[in-house]
Design a protein. Structure first.
Length: 287
């Protein structure tokens, strides 16, 4: 199987929001927390090593959220990477309350979103967040009020760009009436392609599509993966094949596989050096 390349730049680049050049393979921080995405990880020093190794490997797009821990992932990002390199883009999310391990409740009241953005700035050690995403749309609050508060924070210089998470095309279009939306982060992987219409809409409108759970929480990476035989034939791991498929699917796709292991991180980055033919792409999708 391929060894990790010197830089994740092999994944190609994407111009986020018209002014942020990022390598397409990023890193998601959710797995740097405790069980149920709650509390500290078992090995905080190991989490710091993973983050620093990610940047060493050319990953310059780090995706976090206030709800991861809560605040645990943000604080680890700051500990590992602050002061941030000029090319490092930090994304975070607000809009969910944690009720305990595994508990998530959308809250989109404008005053709450503002509070959480301020806390994100403090915990990340930033004066402005490069990409702030509405983690979930709160059905109890008008969408224009939720996105409008983020737009107000953007005008104040606390947010550079605004994104959404887990939305439909209709919601995305409605949000664009209130603010410029540069990214959408939906569940998408080989095992769950239900958001393909959102991906296609995003690609057509110069909006980045950030697939969460790109490896289906490990189901595509383990020994029982449906990709095992195809991966073996290419001398790859199943996770490398799954990530290569995503990178091939659309230039607007920015996978952010997360891991708490340096070895798995290096394995994921090595996927950026895998080129697929159209025939292989189709065969992987069929698997």
């Amino acid at each position: 199987m391929p060894t990790s390349p010197q830089s994740a730049s092999a994944s190609g680049s994407y111009l986020l929001g018209g002014d942020l050049h990022i390598n397409r393979l990023g890193y998601g921080t959710m797995q740097l927390t405790g069980p149920g995405v709650w509390g500290e990880p078992a090995d905080p020093d190991g989490a710091v090593r993973v983050l620093r190794r990610a940047v060493d490997l050319g990953i310059n797009f780090i995706d976090s959220a206030d709800a991861y821990g809560p605040f645990t992932a943000d604080q680890l990002v700051k500990k590992a990477l602050h002061p941030y390199g000029e090319d490092v883009v930090i994304a975070s999310k607000v809009g969910q309350v944690r009720t305990g391990p595994g508990g998530w409740v959308p809250v989109g009241r404008p005053e709450y979103l503002r509070q959480q953005v301020e806390l994100n700035l403090r915990h990340l050690g930033l004066e402005r967040i490069d990409l702030l995403q509405l983690h979930r749309v709160d059905p109890k609050v008008p969408l224009a009020d939720q996105v409008g508060e983020l737009a107000a924070l953007q005008k104040e210089g606390k947010i550079r760009h605004i994104g959404l998470s887990q939305v439909t095309v209709d919601v995305l279009e409605e949000a664009r009436n209130t603010a410029e939306i540069v990214s959408v982060q939906n569940l998408f992987n080989l095992a769950d392609r239900s958001a393909e219409s959102v991906l296609d809409y995003a690609a057509e409108n110069n909006i980045a599509f950030i697939p969460w759970f790109p490896l289906a929480t490990g189901a595509l990476a383990g020994p029982q993966s449906p990709l095992s035989e195809l991966a073996k034939n290419r001398n790859l791991t199943p996770s490398q094949l799954a990530l290569a498929w995503l990178l091939h699917r659309s230039p607007a796709l920015l996978p952010i596989p997360g891991t708490s292991s340096v070895a798995h991180l290096e394995e994921n980055v090595a996927a950026t050096g895998v080129a697929l033919t159209d025939e292989e792409f189709t065969a992987i999708a069929a698997a």
